[in-house]
Design a protein around this ligand. Structure first.
Ligand SMILES: [Fe+2]
Length: 401
């Protein structure tokens, strides 16, 4: 098992024209991948779905265990796309979740759930990936397990590949975390309202609070020195795939301060995969690492994960796909612990109800095959991400880290 799930490179984009795609390209693909589509599709509600691209409609139907494609609108569900959106969908550069998050999902009939069910079929056809069906993801071990820094890379790798996450206890000391926490107010002074690198949320008392500081590393030498130490960099070596620190200097660390009782804005993120906005087949799996500056549990904003979901083609957001057989797992942490999740492992953070929480996020990524082309497309995705926290509230949720 490997966590390198990439199947595409950015320099090889398929040019997409709606008529050609629906009449020539898609029908043979759904037939060729029928064995990967049918078992999962039987467990989905697939209503006849019209995708209209710049006024040109085609309808997808699921009948007698197979997908058919026909011209015109015979759908009970209807989505209107631009030519660019269709191209991004086919090339896995964007997703219906991204469009919904940016409020450009145009569905006169039906809703996101209908689109996502068909999105699974399209991904299976386009990527040759099997839609998850009950019983597909099995575990050879207890997937509720924590590690310590004394455990071997090999043990952690085997667990990560199977479960999609790691909990490493006590990687940092309480003193180190206290030093990082002391940098929070100093850094906060640099994030005025309107700074796109600062996220704000309103709590029940009407107060607007800074909940996320992107680029915290600019203001915390302590955080930088800790993530530059080998005991931390070692995490990137665990998958054995050459993962490197993901972000450039000045945007390496996000610092989150999670208040209680958020009523507006995004602080606690509902269920999502980090690839839910697109680019799964170019980048997965990257790793996101959470450093518990303060501990977390069910009452103080803990992370929850869906073990095994990185191995399953399922809804990437905004909820755990209805009816699937994967079980969420709580990840309580102590101060100084780290959590690692793969970009394909579905996860969420629970809103704190008793105690606030502070956590740092940073990560590791695989090096793209074509760095320049990847950067260009990644910037388009980042433009979506950067708007998400201002365009939507807690539901359906921010979909980055
Ligand atoms: Fe995330």
């Amino acid at each position: 098992m490997t966590v390198d799930l990439r199947t595409r490179v950015d320099s090889e984009q398929t040019s997409v024209e709606a008529g050609h795609f629906f009449e020539e390209m898609l029908p043979p693909l759904v037939d060729a991948h029928r064995a990967k589509i049918a078992p999962g599709a039987r467990e989905l509600v697939l209503k006849d779905f019209c995708i209209e691209t710049d006024g040109e409609p085609f309808t997808l139907c699921w009948n007698d265990d197979r997908v058919s494609v026909s011209a015109g609108n015979q759908g009970r569900v209807h989505a209107r796309l631009t030519a660019e959106q269709l191209s991004d969908l086919v090339n896995d550069q964007s997703t219906p979740v991204a469009w919904m998050s940016n409020r450009v999902l145009d569905m006169p009939e039906g809703g996101l759930a209908d689109f996502l069910n068909w999105w699974l079929v399209l991904r299976a056809a386009l990527d040759g990936r099997r839609i998850h069906a009950r019983g597909d993801v099995r575990f050879d071990r207890d997937i509720r397990q924590s590690f310590t820094p004394e455990d071997s890379d090999e043990d952690m790798r085997a667990f990560l590949e199977e479960a999609g996450y790691l909990h490493i206890q006590g990687l940092f000391s309480r003193e180190e975390m206290a030093a990082v926490e002391a940098d929070f107010p100093n850094a906060a002074a640099h994030f005025e309202k309107g700074n796109p690198r600062g996220w704000f949320a309103t709590t029940q008392d009407g107060q607007e609070q800074l909940v996320r500081m992107e680029g915290f590393d600019r203001y915390s030498d302590t955080a930088v020195s800790l993530i530059d130490e080998d005991r931390f960099l070692r995490i990137g070596r665990i998958p054995g795939l050459g993962h490197e620190p993901r972000r450039a200097s000045g945007s390496r660390v996000s610092a989150l301060n999670k208040p209680i009782g958020v009523v507006k804005g995004i602080s606690d993120v509902p269920w999502h995969k980090d690839c839910s906005l697109g680019r799964h087949s170019y980048e997965c799996c990257s790793m996101t690492v959470g450093i518990s500056v303060t501990g977390a549990d069910a009452k103080s904003g803990q992370l929850r994960v869906l073990p095994g979901s990185h191995r399953a083609l399922v809804w990437p957001a905004p909820a755990v796909q209805p009816g699937i057989d994967l079980e969420p797992l709580d990840l309580p942490t102590q101060t100084g612990d780290v959590t690692v999740h793969l970009s394909c492992t579905q996860h969420m953070s629970q809103p704190p109800v008793e105690r606030t929480r502070k956590v740092l996020y940073t990560g590791f990524a695989q090096k793209p095959v074509d760095v320049e082309a990847a950067e260009k497309n990644r910037q388009r995705l980042n433009a979506v991400r950067s708007k998400t926290h201002t365009s939507i509230s807690q539901e359906p949720g921010y979909l980055g880290d």
